[in-house]
Write a protein that binds this ligand. Structure first.
Ligand SMILES: NC(=O)c1ccc[n+]([C@@H]2O[C@H](COP(=O)([O-])OP(=O)(O)OC[C@H]3O[C@@H](n4cnc5c(N)ncnc54)[C@H](OP(=O)(O)O)[C@@H]3O)[C@@H](O)[C@H]2O)c1
Length: 293
């Protein structure tokens, strides 16, 4: 059986690393995985998870999704010449009161999460269209489907990814290219450690006391959610595999049903007010503030 060529972005840790290891370790050797990362100094973790480099099933390439040159250079290093399954996974988080986010920081998040995803797709799409075959899988987020306080710019980037993928999927039906979003809730990865987070306690950032108190409540809520409800990357990889193996995959897959009831409030109450109230209650009810109730 001919190997399927898979290219994954953001494989230095987390979901990308787990997916790369899983696919490259398939006993059938059904996949040739190009695991890409922006900093090759970080490749040891992936190699250790693989217990060595499996030349037939894994190659590691440098690729920074904010750098078009590095994306093209990764594409040109693919010895098979084509990618069958493209996984746009690289992403970064940003947390804090909106008024504390600098223009540069906001641009940085959009550059990775939105434009990085678009650049990557743009680079591999023409070949998929020409060959009339291909899969594009994108690591989505519940933050791309519903707003989360103190995550305004992260959510904006992930909402925009939703719009990009949904729009593309309509066109790509004509090219036998399937676009799928794997919508994740909290996952046990380095994501929280790696995200850019406003520290409001150190006096360097000016935020009003009420916002600061709500932010502290939110951070506590976030920590509790990650401790109690985060999924392991293996759970996420299972969903990716389901999509990869499906003959005709859909547009959205949810890794957990936990957040769906809240999300569905957006559809049942069209003005959005029920969702806003319910999310506010969920996030802030543990604190002493009353702003969302
Ligand atoms: N963990 C969660 O709770 C969660 C929930 C919903 C959605 N997601 C999404 O899942 C995806 C993967 O995140 P994760 O949870 O696995 O977190 P992670 O462990 O922090 O992995 C993020 C990966 O993206 C890479 N990356 C960042 N900027 C990049 C760039 N400019 N070019 C190429 N790669 C870059 C990181 O590389 P470096 O090591 O070089 O930084 C890392 O390999 C993200 O898109 C995230 O938004 C995560």
């Amino acid at each position: 059986m001919e190997q399927k060529v898979v290219l994954i972005t953001g494989c230095s840790s987390g979901i990308g690393l787990s997916l790369a290891v899983h696919l490259a370790s398939e006993p059938s050797k059904a996949y040739k995985v190009y695991a890409t990362m922006r900093n090759l100094d970080k490749k040891q973790r992936l190699l250790e998870s693989m217990r060595g480099l499996h030349k037939e099933t894994l190659a590691i390439l440098q690729m920074d999704v904010t750098d078009q040159h590095s994306i093209l250079s990764a594409r040109d290093s693919i010895s098979e010449g084509s990618v069958d399954i493209l996984v746009c996974n690289a992403g970064v988080g940003l947390m804090g009161p909106l008024e504390t986010q600098s223009e540069d920081t906001m641009r940085g998040i959009l550059d990775v999460n939105l434009l990085g995803t678009i650049r990557t797709i743009q680079t591999f799409l023409p070949d998929m269209k020409r060959r009339r075959t291909g899969r594009i899988l994108v690591t989505g987020s519940m933050g791309g489907l519903q707003g989360l306080p103190f995550n305004e710019v992260y959510c904006a980037s992930k909402f925009a990814v939703e719009g990009t993928c949904e729009s593309l999927a309509i066109l790509l039906q004509h090219f036998n290219v399937h676009v799928s979003l794997i919508e994740c809730g909290p996952v046990n990865t380095d994501f929280l450690r790696n995200l850019t987070k406003t520290e409001v306690g150190d006096g360097s950032v000016e935020v009003d006391a009420h916002t600061r108190s709500l932010y502290e409540t939110y951070l506590h809520h976030c920590q509790t959610v990650f401790q109690n409800a985060a999924q392991d990357t293996d759970d996420i990889v299972k969903v990716f595999l389901e999509v990869i193996r499906c003959p005709c995959p859909g547009l959205r897959y949810y890794t957990s049903s936990a957040m769906l009831p809240l999300s569905s409030l957006k559809l049942t109450a069209h003005d959005g007010s029920q969702y806003v109230r319910a999310m506010g209650k969920l996030v802030f009810s543990a604190g002493s503030t009353d702003s969302q109730n």
